[in-house]
Ligand binder design. Structure first.
Ligand SMILES: Nc1nc2c(ncn2[C@@H]2O[C@H](COP(=O)(O)OP(=O)(O)OP(=O)(O)O)[C@@H](O)[C@H]2O)c(=O)[nH]1
Length: 597
């Protein structure tokens, strides 16, 4: 077999090159095409050789997918300009092929030594795969961008030197909102320069600016991966706050850094309002005149106000952190207060009158209003109790009680209480079967003392007379002021025998009469003008014994009154006893007829 000539070898190589090669004559007709060219162009060699116009359905398209007119084909351009065409990207639409084959095409004119155009050599190779990857890449870039643009935060991506290489839509909008020119958004600028300008124009706080620079530099230098910062970005018109996160992307080379700014002004404002309202509540609690104690949901004291400390005598430090039994609970009241606490927990609130204890051990009455505090989800946050010291109130209450039942001048029981005591004596007599005694006493010639020395001196005598009466009887017995200079004495459970009772009654009445008959030394006048008055006074006493045969105290009082007037009539300063056993008939026939003695 004949060895191939060098020309044959070259032709073989050319024919089998991986690059497509087509040679056109100056009239554009194809004079050479290798296998790869036919393959890439989607034509048979027969369809190519000697042809100018190929299949009408066959064409080149540009990168946008537009069909190219034949005069813009590479060969036509070289023929018209007689200059080379380098690396043009073209797509081939072949009739029998579904996919576009993308080529990178170069074409060169070939001249003779005399400068005559001999041919145009066109070469091309397949970049479809690369194009496909680029399209995929573009798709994923578009996808990433749409995600970025969908983020409300301002995001920018920096290269390893801190240059901004991408920003999202929110960043662009923010830039424009802040007076930046539409279309420009710092892409290509160094991020630190952008920050410096922003800080200068917005007069932000220097401290957060320097924190930011340090953190940012460390990320750029790869010393740390991430940092977060809240920073003020106030404009003359607005108070704004931002949260910034600077983070290096993971597993990305070369290094990329993502900066995210989130406007947290609303959150900050809410925080500030919350802070203010917390301070307000604290001040309010502090300024409350009632004591306040706040317990955590676990029952530990988390707050107390100065009023509670003052009231109890314990310091804030001594009360904070304490749990039941609290230092101001008296031991003997533990169970009562504990019940109140449990009631508050089960019913979410409660009002209680309790006894608390001061640090010095003194007990004092308090009124406590306790309630449970819930969060928005209905979970218990704490318990709060306001504590009012009601010592004064209780004192007043007892004074009112006194006024209702006691005579303010002598402090003896008044008529109302006397009626109760007589009723009790009747009940007690029924139970014991013993007689009780009743005395009606009227001072003799009291009026002249008033007339001569005035009512104040008369008052002094009434007070002293009350003392003397009290000293003549037992604790269990009663001396009441009936009115004016009249007193009533009730003596309980004397004897089962009436005669003995009467005798005993006379004894007491005589004792009283003697006590009243003793001279009264009355000190009148002011401290500068004091006078001592000696006054002699006597008493007329009507007395009777009674048992449970009597139903109404008022009947006894009427009978004793009548008896007392008898004593007056008999010459005063004496005791007169009703000797008959009292029953309904005695009462009806003994209707008192007061007449002046
Ligand atoms: N100082 C003073 N006098 C009173 C008070 N209540 C009543 N009196 C006076 O007490 C006097 C009682 O009157 P009488 O019992 O009729 O006068 P009396 O001089 O005691 O006469 P006899 O009872 O008949 O001996 C009246 O002058 C009343 O004004 C009082 O609270 N203080």
């Amino acid at each position: 077999m004949r060895a191939k000539s060098r020309t044959d070898v070259r032709l073989d190589v050319l024919m089998n090159l991986h690059t497509g090669v087509v040679v056109h004559a100056p009239d554009t007709s194809i004079i050479f095409s290798n296998h790869r060219a036919a393959e890439l162009l989607g034509l048979s060699e027969d369809q190519m050789l000697g042809k100018r116009v190929i299949d009408p359905n066959w064409c080149f398209i540009d990168s946008e997918g537009n069909r190219l007119a034949p005069e813009r084909y590479p060969v036509s351009l070289v023929l018209s300009t007689l200059t080379p065409l380098r690396e043009t990207v073209l797509g081939v639409l072949a009739p029998d092929r579904a996919d576009i084959v993308w080529l990178i095409v170069s074409a060169f004119p070939d001249f003779s030594s005399s400068g005559q155009l001999l041919r145009v050599v066109v070469n091309f190779h397949d970049i479809s795969q690369r194009k496909k990857m680029e399209a995929e890449l573009e798709k994923s870039r578009a996808f990433a961008h749409s995600i970025l643009d969908g983020i409300a935060a301002n995001v920018c991506v920096l290269d390893e030197e801190g240059k901004i290489i991408a920003v999202n839509q929110a960043w662009k909008d923010f830039y424009v909102d802040n007076g930046g020119a539409q279309g420009h958004c710092h892409e290509g600028d160094n991020y630190l320069k952008v920050c410096t300008n922003a800080i200068q124009s917005l007069s932000a706080e220097l401290q957060s600016a320097s924190q930011f620079y340090i953190g940012f530099r460390e990320i750029i230098e790869g010393k740390r991966e991430r940092f977060d910062l809240d920073y003020p970005c106030h404009s003359p018109k607005e108070q704004r706050w931002f949260f910034v996160r600077v983070a290096a992307m993971r597993n990305v080379s070369p290094r990329r850094i993502v900066v995210t700014h989130v406007d947290i002004s609303a959150q900050k404002q809410t925080q500030e309002h919350l802070q203010k309202s917390l301070i307000f509540s604290k001040r309010m609690i502090e300024s409350m005149r009632d004591g306040v104690s706040v317990l955590s949901k676990d029952g530990y004291t988390s707050e107390v106000n100065p009023a509670l400390c003052e009231m109890t005598g314990f310091t804030r430090e001594e009360l904070l952190g304490t749990s039941a039994p609290f230092p101001y609970w008296p031991e003997e009241e533990y169970s009562v207060i504990d019940r109140a606490m449990k009631k508050t927990i089960s019913q979410q609130q409660g009002d209680f009158d309790l006894i608390f204890m001061r640090k010095n051990g003194e007990r004092f009455p308090v009124s406590v209003a306790a309630s449970t505090v819930f969060d928005d989800h209905g979970q218990v946050i704490s318990y709060i109790a306001t504590v009012k010291d009601i010592s004064d109130y209780k004192k007043m209450e007892s004074e009112i009680q006194n006024l209702a039942f006691y005579d303010p001048l002598t402090n003896l029981p008044n008529r109302r209480l006397l009626n109760d005591r007589i009723s009790l004596a009747i009940v007690s007599s029924k139970r014991s079967g013993k007689y009780a005694g009743l005395m009606m006493l009227d001072l003799d010639n009291f009026k002249p003392l008033n007339d001569q020395h005035g009512h104040d001196v008369g008052d002094l005598l009434l007070i002293e007379a009350a003392h003397r009466l009290r000293s003549c009887i037992r604790e269990v017995d009663t001396v009441a002021r009936f009115g004016g200079d009249e007193f009533v004495v009730v003596i309980n459970e004397l004897h089962r025998d009436k005669t003995l009772t009467d005798a005993y009654l006379i004894d007491i009445a005589e004792k009283i009469r003697s006590a009243i008959a003793a001279p009264f030394i009355l000190h009148s006048g002011t401290s500068n003008d004091k006078a001592s008055i000696e006054h002699h006074c006597t008493a007329s006493i009507g007395c009777l014994s009674f048992s449970s045969t009597v139903r109404h105290g008022r009947d006894l009082l009427k009978l004793a009154d009548k008896q007392m007037y008898r004593a007056k009539q008999q010459g005063r300063n004496r005791v007169s006893l009703l000797q008959t056993d009292i029953d309904e008939s005695t009462i009806s026939t003994n209707e008192p007829q007061r007449s002046p003695p």
